[in-house]
Every structure is written in C-alpha cells, then in structure tokens.
Design a protein around this ligand. Structure first.
Ligand SMILES: *Cc1c(COP(=O)(O)O)cnc(C)c1O
Length: 495
C-alpha cells in the first residue's frame, strides 16, 4: 500500500513520504499526516527474533513507501550502529515492578538521538530521490538538548551542513560544553546575545527570507529543519514501541496479543504520538499514559477538553518538558476530529488568536485510549529517591515524572496490565537535579565530580558522552547579536 501524506490544515494537499520529509512543515502551517494507516501484519513471534535494525525496517517501510528497500536499509544501518553504546539500541531495564524502555543509549544520552540519528540520512536520501542537488543546510535554535542531538546526528554527514544558535547565557554549562566541543567541519555553533525566543525568531526569519533563499540556491544550498514536527522524526519513533512489545514478549513478560500500557513523559507530544500510531497500526497497546510536569497544559486538556496555554510558564527540573504549546498535538486533534482539516484549522486558528480552544464531546470520546496526569517538583524528587532506595536504579528527572504519574494512574484505576515506562534521558544528563533528589549533600558538588559520584552509587559507568566533554577542546567560539545571524550563516557557507 502506497502511503501519501496530506496536511492537517489542507485536505487537497498530497505528497510522497520523501517530499514530506524534505519540506518538514506543510505549506500554510499544517503538519503532514498519513492519508491512510498501514497495518503491522508481521506476527510478534517473528518480531521477537529481530534486532533493532530489522524491526526498524519492518516498521518504517510501512510509512516511507517511496523509499526503496536498499535506501531505507542504508539509512537504518548508518543510524543505528556503534553510536549506540548497547547492541540492543533501546534495552528494557527492570527495576522493582517497573519496566524502563531506555531510549538514552545514543550519542547525546537522550531519546532525541533515536530519531536524530537517522533523520540526516532520510533527508539526504529524500533530496536525491527528488532531484535536489543543493546541499541541505539545517538551521536550529536550541534551548539546550535538541541542538546537541541535531549536531551529533548531522556532523560529518555528506551533503549537509548544520548551524545551531543558542542563547549564550541561557543554557547549562554542560549543555554549552556539549555543543561548543562538536567536531566536524560541516558544523557551526553560535552563541547569540539574547534569549531562546530571540534565537528562535531569528531562525524563523531566515527560513521565511526569500532573498536569502535565492542567494543560497545560487551557491548550491537550501535550508531545512530538524524540528520534531518532521515525519522523518516521527516515524523512527514508532519503531521502539514495536521493539519494546516484542522484547516483552520474548522475555515472557506478556503473551502474544496481550495489551501493554506505555507511560510517556511528554512535552511537544512527539514521542507519545508515535505510540498512538504504533497502536493504530495494530500493536496491542492498552492505555497511553501522558505524563506532564508542572507545565500541565496536557493534563488539563485531558481533564476538561479545553486546551489553554494562557498561564504562567514554570521552569522545572525536567526542562525538555517545559512547554506550553505541544506542536505535535495538532496531529492528534486532526485524527480525533475524524481526519478533518477544516475543524483542525479552526481550532489552531483559535489557539493562535486567543491561546485556547475546546473540543467537542465526540472528539473527547476519541481520546479514550489516553490518560493524563502530572507530577510536581517535590513528587519528582521523591520518586527518584524512593526508587533508588528500593532498587538501586537511578533515573533522570523526566523519567521520574512518568513513574510518578504511573503510580497515580494505578492508584486511580487499579489497572494491573503490564506497563512500560519510556525512559527519555540518562540520569547523567541531569546529574545535579538527580543527585540532589537522592541526597541534599550533593548540592554543592562540581559537575564532573557529581558524575563520578553517580557512577559510584548507581554502579553504572560514566557514559562516553560525558567522558568526551570532560577534557574536550572548545572548537566553536562564535558569538553574535541577533540581527547578525544571516551574516554568520552566509559567512559559514562561503567557506
Ligand atoms: C524532548 C524530550 C521529552 C519530551 O518529548 P516530546 O516528544 O517533546 O513529548 C521528554 N524527555 C526528554 C529527556 C526529552 O529530551
């Protein structure tokens, strides 16, 4: 079955998978969604015998139907190789009664590696297929995590360049060090004198600048985005839900066809949406449990049917979930409205005009498979400490949000179905918050000393990603004012 992609805001649009990946965002501001959902027809007994790469091929080929077998396998094999520090790529760890799907074994020790490791290859393949001869230039504004994951994904990939802008005084010392030590000549990291929003606005302006686009085209370049709304990031995320199910079956934790719940610590709604697609292609998933931190817009939405971003933005210890507008939720809205672009467009217009929208009773019924709740900062710290004391397993702050919400879910519903928690970051990425939760005495310790201490108490080796930056050379020292961003880009591309 050939799968085409349409826009959540324009039903007349139809493009191939490779075109959707190249474009990222649909014209008119909508997101690309599949016009029909494929079926996962391969039995779990067979999936259980496959490694991560083979599973990735079986799942991704259903969605990216205009890629040849050779193209897709080449992308998969270049992405999921020894960059991951375990052969399993996404192993399941059991601690107490909890199953953790560890999505943090890639280069930057957070789950964004799962998709950003393969996106560069999907993009360059898509460019070739569509006779694009320009080099692809990725422009990204980052508040910390995405920038490094995108850099690590694109570094050294032929036919691409990547430029990352970050607020010079707005990221953590470890995050900054991770970025400015990035190797490979096709990368550029720039600290701007301004905040994240200004960096973001500067990047958006360049994307919209037609004169700049023409200039770049003449020089053999075109811009693209590594943003989480690209289906080239969404589709690779469906893989690990299928893989996790097959692992649970192989380990005899579940029977064939038995329903499995997933808990997903959620920000932009990309990760949990991938689980929703996994369920809708036929994976036996019970509840999708959406876990939020104190920025609990999604919890309120599931409670009331009203999405309302007009509220105070809270800085939490799980910063990758500090989000008030979850961009990928638009795809779910489109689907629960019965794949209705007009209805979705009306609601998104309301969101942009007033900061809120409400969905109908009928749409709410279609949210049946979801459960939402949230964890406060105190609960997150308590959850980290509690599990460590009980089992010795140390989890990161984002994962702790999920564990806490899962406990609330169990208390409320009594549901005893087997449940897998998506573990989205290594505790080494958020050492300070994690260690202070375990014991306040760690509060004043220096960053790398904390990492060593974590290694000692958790009995887990310090990951390569942290070792690498300990003594790494600073390679990027460019700083600029926000209005100089286009000059910096042009200067880098002239080289
Ligand atoms: C990005 C991120 C999330 C949120 O994922 P979404 O797909 O945006 O919902 C959760 N945890 C970590 C560690 C992340 O980096």
């Amino acid at each position: 079955m050939e799968i085409m992609y349409t826009s959540t805001r324009d039903g007349n649009l139809k493009v191939s998978a490779s075109q959707a990946i190249l474009k990222g965002l649909a014209p008119g501001g909508g997101l690309f969604v599949p016009t029909a959902l494929p079926k996962l027809s391969i039995p779990v007994e067979k999936l259980a015998e496959m490694d991560y790469r083979e599973t990735a091929y079986e799942v991704m080929k259903l969605f990216l139907t205009d890629f040849t077998e050779e193209e897709l396998k080449s992308c998969i094999f270049q992405a999921y190789d020894s960059k991951f520090d375990t052969e399993e790529v996404a192993p399941i760890a059991k601690a107490g009664d909890n199953y953790f799907l560890e999505l943090f074994h890639g280069k930057t020790i957070a789950f964004k590696d799962m998709a950003l490791s393969i996106l560069p290859y999907l993009l360059t393949t898509a460019a070739k297929k569509n006779n694009v001869t320009n080099d692809i230039v990725i422009l990204t504004a980052t508040s910390g995590d995405t920038g490094k994951a995108a850099l690590a994904g694109f570094a050294g990939v032929k036919g691409t360049k990547i430029i990352v802008f970050y607020p010079k005084n707005g990221v953590s010392p470890i995050q900054e060090k991770q970025m400015v030590t990035q190797k490979e000549d096709n990368t550029l990291v720039v600290g701007i004198h301004g905040n994240f929003d200004e960096a973001q606005t500067g990047v958006k302006k360049m994307f919209a600048d037609e004169t700049l686009a023409a200039e770049l085209d003449a020089a053999g370049y075109q811009f693209s985005s590594a943003n989480s709304i690209n289906i080239g990031r969404l589709v690779p995320q469906i893989v690990y839900y299928v893989y996790a199910y097959a692992r649970m079956y192989k380990e005899r934790e579940i029977k064939s066809g038995e329903f499995l719940n997933f808990v997903v610590p959620t920000g932009n709604f990309g990760n949990i949406l991938a689980a929703y697609y996994a369920k809708n292609i036929g994976l036996p998933i019970g509840k999708l449990i959406c876990a939020s931190n104190e920025n609990k817009v999604l919890y309120d939405f599931f409670q009331t049917g009203k999405y309302d971003k007009n509220r105070e933005f809270v800085l939490t210890s799980s910063p990758s979930m500090d989000i008030l507008v979850s961009s990928n939720l638009e795809r779910l809205i489109y689907h629960i409205a019965g794949n209705d672009p007009a209805k979705n467009k009306e609601l998104m217009q309301s969101l942009s005009d007033t900061g809120e929208y409400g969905i109908s009773e009928k749409m709410r019924e279609n949210l049946d498979g979801f459960y939402g709740n949230y964890a406060s900062e105190a609960e997150v710290a308590e959850t980290i400490r509690g599990l460590y004391e009980k089992t010795g397993y140390v989890m990161d702050t984002h994962t702790a949000v999920a564990v806490c919400v899962y406990q609330k879910y169990q208390n409320e519903t009594g549901d005893t179905a087997k449940t897998v928690i998506a573990s989205t970051a290594s505790p080494y990425k958020f050492t300070r918050s994690v260690m202070s939760a375990i014991d306040p005495k760690y509060r004043d310790m220096e960053d790398f000393a904390l990492a060593d201490e974590l290694s000692r108490i958790a009995k887990v080796a310090v990951p390569q990603a942290i070792e690498e930056i300990r003594n790494a050379e600073i390679r990027h020292k460019t700083e600029c004012e926000t209005d100089q961003m286009p000059e910096i880009v042009k200067g880098f591309l002239k080289k």
